[in-house]
Design a protein around this ligand. Structure first.
Ligand code: ZN
Ligand code: ZN
Length: 458
């Protein structure tokens, strides 16, 4: 991997451009750089994907109305591999066109001098179907060094993406609805979660990849909050972390909740989840977020999608309720401005989540400063994800340098059990692939600093 890997900031957010219109919106916003943003838009263009998650044939669940016309295409399971530029699916052809236009030929990139013209990749690898090199010559020359390892990965992505649009009934997207108060869910990892939560058909790795790519956002949050969390005190969770999580759990698990009588169900205080620098997560259909609410049957959730990319360019800030237990607010302000509109923060009910924020990326670091300072002031927990080890390390180092002495660790950097299992590829450089929310860590503003007034709500 070259140094570009360290430089790009993921856009697991970009990955979810879930329809053609939305995709072009994403491409436009990538082009209309530089827009200063919590999420380092300037850096985003380094990682351009066009991985679409919504299965074309599955309108019901994804709530599409006036999208593509009914698609009659049907690809059999043994006919999922297609050279992208020759794919029966226009969307996949578009992907090849993007690589042709913005991609890099690894041989040109590695061997040519600065002043020589580097050509774009237009030669299609017959094994993975992606345009990987500028010519057959460079393909042969660079196959071992630059492509052999990645070819199988790209082929899997190719087949997965054709499968999503194959027209087959996507049974794995038929999610379970509300859980009973007495239902015991185990959140140790994806497998036991799907099993204990009775997901209907999660019997192949491919299905797991499709579904985890969507559910990684709500489930990364749920995994921290849930009493069967994979992150344990003394291992990943610090003593300060346990205090924060225990405070939230006093609300999420009210003592008197156990009752099978629906009439007497307890309603707790609302948990506020502030998603800073929100992108892809703000484009997820509401039924994906409902899976978070279902895991805590007594608790209403208010999810705040905040940041310049939380809304499509033609949308105004707004709030909506999905049902009586799930509320959304979308606002494209910078977080530190949004912060001022919130009356009070309470470590028992409020937390922050930053999905791949790229805090350590030079272009983003300063932009995050005021927002992170505000979030630290609240003493509420702040959880952060990264798309690989290097990305996480980069953010952690920046935070340690910039906020030294102002925070306590609550969750040590760990591999996220609820990361996306589907790889996403950077269309601008096919050598780079990531897993959305690969790793997770957490901090909180120092609580008992003698120079500050202690919080008096304990
Ligand atoms: Zn070349
Ligand atoms: Zn290949």
């Amino acid at each position: 991997m070259n140094r570009g890997v360290k430089q790009f900031i993921t856009t697991s957010r970009n990955l979810l451009c879930s329809q053609t219109r939305r995709t072009s919106a994403c491409l436009i916003s990538v082009k209309s750089l530089p827009k200063i943003s919590n999420g380092a838009v300037a850096a985003q263009k380094r990682f351009l994907t066009q991985s679409v998650v919504r299965p074309i044939s599955f309108k019901g669940i994804f709530g599409g109305k006036n999208e593509e016309p009914e698609n009659k295409l049907f690809l059999e399971q043994d006919n999922l591999f297609h050279v992208l530029s020759n794919s029966p699916l226009p969307e996949m052809k578009d992907r090849a066109a993007i690589v042709n236009k913005y991609g890099v030929c690894p041989v040109c990139d590695t061997h040519l001098e600065k002043q020589e013209t580097k050509k774009r990749p237009t030669y299609d690898c017959p094994d993975c179907g992606y345009p990987t090199h500028c010519s057959e010559d460079h393909y042969k020359q660079g196959y071992q060094a630059h492509h052999a390892e990645n070819c199988a990965i790209l082929r899997e992505i190719n087949e997965d993406d054709h499968d999503l649009r194959s027209g087959r009934p996507m049974r794995e997207f038929e999610f379970p609805s509300a859980q009973g108060f007495d239902e015991a869910v185990n959140m140790a990892n994806w497998d036991v979660f799907f099993y204990t939560r009775s997901f209907p058909s999660m019997d192949s790795d491919r299905s797991m990849r499709h579904v985890s790519k969507l559910l990684t956002y709500p489930m990364s949050i749920a995994a921290v909050l849930h009493q069967s969390s994979p992150y344990k005190y003394g291992e990943q969770v610090t003593a300060e972390g346990m205090r924060s999580i225990a405070a939230l759990r006093t609300v999420l698990y009210p003592h008197n909740q156990v009752s099978n009588d629906a009439q007497s169900q307890v309603r707790t205080d609302t948990i506020n989840i502030y998603l800073l620098g929100a992108r892809a997560e703000s484009t997820l259909p509401s039924h994906i977020w409902l899976q978070l609410a279902y895991l805590f049957p007594a608790t209403p959730f208010h999810i705040h999608f905040i940041g310049p990319d939380a809304l499509a360019p033609n949308q105004e800030p707004h709030s909506e309720s999905v049902n009586e237990r799930l509320f959304f607010t979308y606002d494209n302000s910078m977080y530190h401005d949004y912060h001022e509109t919130i009356e009070k923060f309470d470590p028992y009910t409020d937390l922050f989540f930053l999905f791949s924020p790229g805090i350590g990326y030079p272009d983003a670091r300063q932009g995050w400063k005021t927002s992170l300072e505000k979030a630290l002031e609240t003493k509420c927990p702040i959880f952060v994800t990264g798309y690989d080890e290097a990305d996480m390390k980069n953010d952690v180092e920046a935070v340690e340098q910039d906020y030294n002495g102002e925070f306590d660790w609550i969750l040590k950097p760990s591999v996220n059990e609820f990361r996306s299992l589907k790889r996403d590829v950077n269309l601008m450089d096919l050598r780079q692939t990531i897993f959305a929310n690969y790793g997770i860590w957490g901090i909180r503003g120092k609580r008992y600093d003698v120079t500050h007034d202690p919080e008096n709500n304990e």
